[in-house]
Design a protein around this ligand. Structure first.
Ligand code: ZN
Length: 250
């Protein structure tokens, strides 16, 4: 059941539609080791009280472990390692079978990087799954292409947590980013969070909509909407793109 880091092929996913590969990407290590080729170069053990760009990246990666039970809370991506970040690190460690101490040391670094793909996406999701379905990639939204891409990257890490809570069954993206045009074509709301790259409509194999909702309620999502066959999740409060109130229609 437990998945542990192991060497893997560098690339298995499609191109990212001509986007500059460095846009929104995290720093990469130039050191040749057994770690993934494009793993984030964590340089220190991080604990409560620390701050910096690496803490910020840590927060992005553990944001889906925001709470132990349904709770309207999210991990602020502010580069400051406080109690909320520590709690998320603890839950992340527990979920992956690591020693639970709330301190991001070498074992936690390795597990965090195991979740990262060489193209900057995450292990179980591909950029293309989140592209606007009208062929516009990450363009034509309410924020610029690079911002959409970074928002999608952060969304992917939250969805990695949801997927993990769902027993590692496949998480299918029915809709990710939508261009303004595409959102209009599919009848999306005029301020749909999909147009910013912070929303996804998902389902998980072998899990009910109710189960997916319960996982989402501990994963830092401030927008959760139940549909017959899927669940909409977004981070509307965290990003404040014109919809800053919690909205759980579950
Ligand atoms: Zn949606």
């Amino acid at each position: 059941m437990s998945e542990t880091p192991a060497p893997r092929p560098i690339s298995r996913r499609g191109a990212i539609g001509g986007l500059a590969a460095t846009v929104g990407a995290v720093a990469v290590s130039s050191v040749v080791t057994a770690a993934p080729a494009h793993a984030y170069n964590w340089t220190r053990t991080m604990r409560r009280g620390d701050s910096g760009a690496d803490v910020r990246e840590l927060q992005i990666r553990v944001a889906g472990w925001a709470a132990a039970s349904p709770s309207r809370t999210f991990i602020a991506i502010d580069g400051s390692f406080g109690p909320a970040t520590e709690g998320a690190v603890r839950r992340f460690q527990s979920a992956y079978g690591l020693g639970v101490d709330g301190i991001a040391g070498p074992q936690t670094h390795t597990q965090l990087n195991w979740l990262e793909s060489s193209d900057g996406s995450t292990r179980h999701f591909a950029w293309s799954e989140f592209h606007s379905r009208d062929g516009s990639g990450f363009g034509g939204g309410r924020v610029g292409t690079a911002t959409v891409r970074e928002n999608v990257r952060r969304l992917m890490y939250k969805l990695e947590a949801v997927r993990r809570k769902g027993g590692n069954n496949a998480c299918i993206i029915n809709s990710g980013f939508r261009s303004i045009r595409h959102n209009s074509n599919v009848g999306g709301s005029s301020n749909s969070q999909h147009m910013y790259g912070i929303a996804a409509d998902i389902r998980i194999n072998n899990r009910s909509v109710s189960q997916v909702i319960s996982y989402s309620q501990t994963s830092g999502f401030s927008g959760i909407i139940r549909y017959n066959t899927h669940t909409h999740v977004d981070s509307r409060v965290e990003y404040a793109y014109g919809a800053q109130s919690w909205y759980w229609a579950v």
